[in-house]
Design a protein around this ligand. Structure first.
Ligand code: ZN
Length: 320
């Protein structure tokens, strides 16, 4: 008994002696556990997916913002200003965008028309970027804030590194930097099944889709953690991509639980971007999913999980 205690005590002393060494190692590469951190970003403000009537959009926005405030999540919301110009609803939609800012959400630029970089020339892409900030800039100015972040629509970065770097120089002169992603819950796809069930008044299917969504979100976190560990040997500061839609509005509490149950702490996008993972690796592929970018550069291949077949099918039908 006393021998076991002795060994135990020696172990504690050894650990204490090693502690400063561990502390140092944490700042570089190591596999020791550390606080899991994630920055939450929400795209396609004021509404992702098919158009819904303004009252319903108001309710959706309210649920999202109540959840964000209740859980004290620092959020950057990326705006497509073209979505403000719906005949008869422009004022109401601008008021909703203001509600995001009033809730403490920092607004970013996601181009005016949700333009894909591969479908545009650099000049067209830059024009759409400029056109995409007029209302948002005014709203941020009221909060004494400047626009700082840009998110590429469809997560499509410049077709070549040269084009991407030209664009990034262009936006840097305007005070912006790009906001990559490391966790994509594919809520934009799962929304199709959720909206279809809602339109049919099928509450049990809405519940089934929500359950699948939350399960899938967990799988995507597990996947991104695994990839980060294999690429870097330690966890990274993740950036989560979500969209401003009813699926998230109705499931925000449960989605937050998916993250907190895994030990995540919410950080600002500014804090997340300090992680060296957001510096360009040697080789380039045009994607804002930077774990893919790093995997490609390191010559490693990881197969990302996919949402259930029936959800993919409903999404594909909607695209036809
Ligand atoms: Zn988008």
């Amino acid at each position: 008994m006393s021998r076991i205690f002795h060994l135990f005590a020696r172990g504690v002393i050894l650990l204490l002696l090693c502690a400063p060494v561990f502390g140092q190692a944490q700042s570089s590469r190591d596999a020791s556990p550390r606080q899991k951190e994630v920055a939450v970003t929400i795209d396609d403000l004021p509404l992702n997916g098919p158009r819904i009537e303004i009252e319903r959009l108001r309710a959706t926005t309210g649920k999202l913002l109540d959840g964000i405030k209740r859980h004290r999540i620092p959020v950057v919301g990326f705006v497509n200003e073209s979505l403000l110009y719906v005949p008869g609803e422009t004022d109401a939609r601008i008021a909703l965008l203001k509600a995001w800012a009033d809730a403490g959400v920092e607004l970013g630029n996601h181009t005016f028309s949700h333009l894909g970089f591969k479908d545009a020339s650099l000049a067209q892409y830059e024009d759409d970027f400029i056109r995409g900030e007029s209302v948002t800039r005014m709203l941020m100015k009221e909060k004494r804030q400047r626009l700082r972040y840009f998110r590429h629509p469809f997560l499509q970065m410049g077709p070549t590194l040269e084009l991407e770097k030209s664009f990034e120089t262009f936006i840097a002169e305007r005070g912006y930097r790009i906001a990559p992603v490391t966790v994509d819950t594919m809520d934009w796809m799962i929304l199709a099944a959720y909206s279809k069930a809602r339109a049919a008044g099928d509450t049990s299917m809405m519940k089934r889709v929500s359950d699948e969504y939350l399960k899938f979100a967990g799988e995507k976190f597990d996947f991104s953690e695994k990839v980060a560990n294999e690429l870097f040997g330690h966890p990274v500061k993740h950036i989560l991509l979500l969209h401003a839609n009813e699926l998230n509005a109705d499931n925000l509490d449960a989605l937050v639980k998916v993250m907190t149950d895994r030990g995540y702490r919410f950080i600002t996008l500014e804090e997340a971007l300090k992680d060296p993972v957001y510096q360009y690796p040697e080789r380039y592929v045009p994607t804002s999913d930077w774990l893919s970018l790093w995997s490609f550069s390191e010559g490693k291949k990881f197969t990302s999980p996919a949402p259930p077949e029936f959800i993919q099918k409903i999404y594909a039908e909607g695209q036809r």
